[in-house]
Design a protein around this ligand. Structure first.
Ligand code: ADP
Ligand code: MG
Length: 485
């Protein structure tokens, strides 16, 4: 394809429809378990099966979670909203309609600011967020003659986040999805797992000549289930549309599939073939009414958002944005830090330990700080010993922290004492070690006296070895210099 120059004349325009599976225990309209990975058709009651006479009852937690994410995305919350029926026929949709929100969604008119690789930020409008139930799953590849239907997923709660057509590149789309995944996890709204389908999106894509103000006709690529595929689908669709238009053709509004193996899109249906869903308000469900008091309660239970957290930490402690972001993106780390903080004398050391050695220990074991055997208060005590020069940092990390994990005792200082880890403040002990070291290296001592000052490190190292690391290097240095005068 020799599209280089034509592609330069066009700009990509895109809006995403992002489906997020909420992490509630039960389904949106019944008490059936919403968990992933059960045996087929285990989590189904009369409601999931749509047996005649069964009625939906709204799960309050679903509403609270949708409001949380709506607030984080700067939306207006529609305190009165309602459910609609979206009618279509499919084997994995036993009611013959999906309960969703059409004319009055729960959240509207928000925005999200994302950061791009070049350091600039981009504000992307959120048109609406609506609540809906997921459909079941048809399985076509397990039996030669039959399709199998698993209704565990039927009724699992979803929100759909619909952006304005503000996206102008695959990078922006990727940045938006990354930020939304971060937020849903941070707010404990969803596990945000794209591989398991908890976060998936449809990308609406059109092109227009650069400098044009009107939008072109869009195509909608369905069910993109990884960040990489979103980028690939956008890149492919952009080139395809430029090719069609450059050759004098017209884009036909249509719904497309993405083939992840080939990296190409193919038509599913055009607008003429689109279903007429005959939306109408679901008569089985009363309108949702979110009282002022409940909205205020939900607001009060919101944690600070990642952007607020890292900015605050940079301002309070003068640390780098990268270090601050580690706390902003891991609430258990932040909680640990906040518990240790009042107990430490040196706040900066605490941060350095958490983003350095402690993080290394955790990542080596593949665990979260919530499962770390050293309590925040104990870590603070160990740190204070180092700051007071009673313990070397190396011994604290390599010996004291593991010892804290393996002992029941609460008293870190006593433990360090009983294990004989503290620095010997006793100059007599050190004196002996220094004599021993200088004797061992008598030739180098001569060299030192003749001006070869570089050998000093050798003496310090030897003394440190004799002291089994429990000595302050600076102090040893001073004492040796004194001796060699
Ligand atoms: P519908 O209700 O027909 O699905 P919407 O107006 O809700 O249409 O738009 C659906 C999605 O398509 C939104 O994310 C929106 O930003 C996006 N979109 C609308 N027009 C365009 C366009 N011309 N090019 C790219 N995306 C578009
Ligand atoms: Mg749509």
């Amino acid at each position: 394809m020799s599209l280089g120059t034509s592609e330069n004349n066009y700009e990509l325009v895109s809006g995403l429809e992002i489906h997020v599976q909420l992490n509630t225990n039960t389904k949106i309209f019944s008490a059936d378990s919403a968990s992933f990975g059960a045996l087929p058709n285990q989590n189904i009651s009369t409601v999931s099966l749509a047996l005649p006479g069964s009625l939906p009852k709204l799960n309050k937690e679903v509403v609270a979670k949708a409001v949380r994410i709506g607030l984080a995305l700067n939306c207006t919350i529609n305190q009165i909203n309602h459910f609609d029926r979206k009618n279509y026929f499919y084997a994995d949709l036993p009611k013959g309609y999906q309960i969703t929100q059409d004319s009055q969604p729960i959240c509207i008119n928000g925005f999200l600011e994302v950061e791009l690789a070049d350091g600039s930020t981009k504000k992307i409008g959120i048109n609406r967020i609506h609540l809906e139930e997921d459909a079941g799953k048809s399985i076509h590849d397990q039996d030669e003659n039959y399709s199998l239907v698993d209704l565990n997923r039927a009724g699992v709660p979803l929100i759909e986040i619909v952006t304005e057509p503000d996206i102008r590149s695959a990078e922006e789309a990727s940045a938006l999805l990354t930020e939304i995944r971060k937020l849903v996890r941070h707010l404990n709204v969803s596990d945000g797992n794209m591989e398991e389908g908890s976060l998936r999106c449809d990308a609406n894509i059109s092109i227009r000549p650069k400098n044009a103000t009107d939008f072109g006709t869009r195509c909608e690529v369905k069910n993109l289930n990884s960040m990489r595929n979103v980028r690939r689908a956008m890149d492919f669709e952009f080139s395809r549309q430029v090719e069609v238009v450059s050759a004098g053709g017209k884009i036909i509004q249509s719904t497309l599939n993405f083939d992840a193996d080939k990296g190409t899109t193919s038509p599913m249906r055009t607008k003429e073939e689109a279903n007429d869903y005959r939306y109408f308000a679901d008569p089985d469900l009363p309108p949702v009414s979110i009282s002022d008091a409940w909205l205020a309660e939900i607001k009060s239970l919101m944690p600070a958002l990642p952007n607020e957290i890292w900015r605050q930490m940079v301002a309070d402690f003068g640390i780098s944005k990268a270090d601050a972001a580690l706390f902003a993106e891991d609430l258990s780390l932040l909680a640990y830090f906040n518990r240790a903080l009042p107990n430490v004398k040196n706040k900066k050391s605490l941060i350095n330990w958490l983003v350095g050695p402690v993080r290394a220990i955790l990542s080596e074991r593949g665990i979260s700080i919530a499962n770390f055997g050293v309590k925040p208060e104990q870590l603070a005590e160990a740190l204070n010993l180092v700051d007071e020069k009673k313990l070397t940092q190396q011994i604290a990390i390599q010996q004291l922290l593991p010892a804290i994990e393996n002992h029941d005792t609460e008293d870190v200082v006593k433990l360090a004492e009983s294990l004989n880890l503290l620095i010997s403040t006793n100059s007599d002990d050190l004196d002996g070690y220094i004599d021993e070291a200088l004797q061992k290296y008598s030739q180098q001592v001569e060299a030192y006296k003749k001006g070869k000052k570089g050998v000093l490190g050798l003496f310090v190292g030897e003394v440190m070895k004799l002291a089994k690391g429990k000595a302050d290097a600076k102090k040893i240095n001073e004492l040796i210099l004194e001796k060699l005068k």
